[in-house]
Design a protein around this ligand. Structure first.
Ligand code: NAD
Ligand code: TDX
Length: 351
């Protein structure tokens, strides 16, 4: 039995990853460490919470003594590090929370794992889950992010993730600490907190609320279904070369406004509204400060080296995602109730 630590496993990507590993690898004991911030939700994990190879631990990656005792208790063989503050708009409002968790927390985790594994890194692996935003912003219709694209983060969020990537690589070069990193494009799918574009707009269409499109809606993102991200993580965790970085993406670029029109089309159909009804909810608002124009990943290295390709077409994945949110409106109401106004204000007031 191997003990594997997943950090941030109650969040969006982490919960899909925990489910995949718990169900696929019965010889792994998955320990999910999560602080349960506003973004962490144990409702995401009810189907695996009673499995014998799964344990949830509430805790903060910034708490060094706590991490040390957790490593002593479970003697982890591997770490998959997802815990982070992850929303760009929040990072503009409150950068220090991002620096604390994403930089200090990652440093703590690296330091604790290195000390615990000291002298014997054989068979050990520290996997850092990162983002394409560290590479900065691409021109419209220009090239793609490659693994050796120079870092050029432009928001407090992406700068904090870039810093954590640098720390992970520094541990590899300095201590031969066994790391692997992946940088992924925008994820979408079930259980994403409704502050990110797709679930926020699904929730707002459902309630006939305005759809706040930043700037002119021309920015481009490369969307990947969350379960495809997790299958990529699975293959990189097991077969990725130590010290390497792998880009993960869907080769699926959408200008925001085109994506919003597709979303409206699918939602109107599913809600029994006349086609195009929800277009009237589109509201152009002040642009996000420092809004990156375009992200696009070249995932050739991952395909050629490890054979990974995404499984789902976007229209199908989006339809599946909408179906999940409409079938799980209680989940949406629970995560937004009480604090809905708070996170709504955080995003849109005084931007
Ligand atoms: P999320 O915000 O949904 O979840 C983050 C989780 O981390 C939450 O469960 C939260 O409670 C937990 N957490 C936060 N601070 C913590 C702390 N100090 N200690 C312990 N747990 C803490 O994020 P997500 O969208 O699932 O992203 C997961 C990871 O993937 C992040 O590192 C993010 O940078 C990266 N990523 C996300 C995307 C995306 O599109 N969502 C794309 C590429 C990479
Ligand atoms: O209300 C909105 N209106 C709007 O026009 C929101 C929330 C977003 N947008 C735009 C901004 C972006 O161009 O939609 C695009 C997507 O925005 P987000 O969902 O906030 O994602 P993004 O900023 O691209 O970052 C995401 O992808 C990379 C994740 O949140 C990060 O965690 C990940 O690293």
């Amino acid at each position: 039995m191997k003990n594997i630590l997943i950090t941030g496993g109650a969040g969006f990507i982490g919960s899909h990853l925990a489910r995949l590993f718990v169900n696929k690898y019965e010889d792994y004991h998955i320990v999910n460490l999560d602080k349960l911030t506003y973004a962490g939700n144990l409702e995401n994990l009810t189907d695996i919470e009673n499995k014998s190879n799964y344990t949830f631990v509430k805790g903060d990656i910034c708490d060094g003594p706590f991490l040390k005792s957790l490593f002593e208790q479970y003697d982890f063989d591997g770490v998959m590090h997802c815990a982070a503050e992850s929303h760009v708009d929040r990072s503009i409002k409150d950068p220090l929370a991002f620096i604390q968790t994403n930089i200090v927390g990652t440093a703590n985790l690296l330091h604790t794992a290195k000390n615990h594994w000291e002298g014997n890194f054989d068979g050990k692996r520290f996997y850092h889950i990162s983002t394409d935003e560290v590479y900065g912003s691409l021109e419209m219709g220009g090239g793609f992010f490659l693994e050796d694209t120079p870092y050029d983060p432009r928001s407090p969020y992406s700068a904090s993730k870039a810093s954590s990537d640098h720390l992970v690589r520094a541990f590899y070069h300095t201590y031969h600490f066994p790391v692997v990193i992946s940088n992924c494009s925008n994820n979408y799918g079930e259980n994403q907190f409704p502050e990110k574009l797709i679930p926020l707009f699904i929730n707002n269409i459902r309630h006939n609320r305005p759809l706040p499109v930043y700037g002119k809606g021309i920015n481009v993102r490369d969307w990947l279904y969350v379960q495809d991200h997790c299958t990529a993580i699975d293959v990189i965790f097991h077969k990725g070369r130590l010290g390497e970085t792998y880009n993960i993406g869907g080769h699926n670029e959408w200008q925001n406004i085109d994506l919003i029109h597709l979303l409206i089309k699918q939602m109107d159909q599913k809600l029994g509204r006349a086609e195009g009804t929800s277009k009237e909810l589109i509201t152009y608002v002040t642009d996000r400060a420092g809004h990156d124009l375009r992200y696009a990943i070249d995932a050739t290295k991952l395909k050629d080296e490890l054979g990974w390709v995404p499984s789902l077409q976007f229209e199908e994945g989006l339809s599946k995602t909408i179906d999940w949110y409409l079938a799980n409106q209680t989940w949406l109401d629970n995560v937004t109730s009480g604090n809905y106004q708070k996170y709504y204000d955080l995003q849109y007031a005084d931007r």
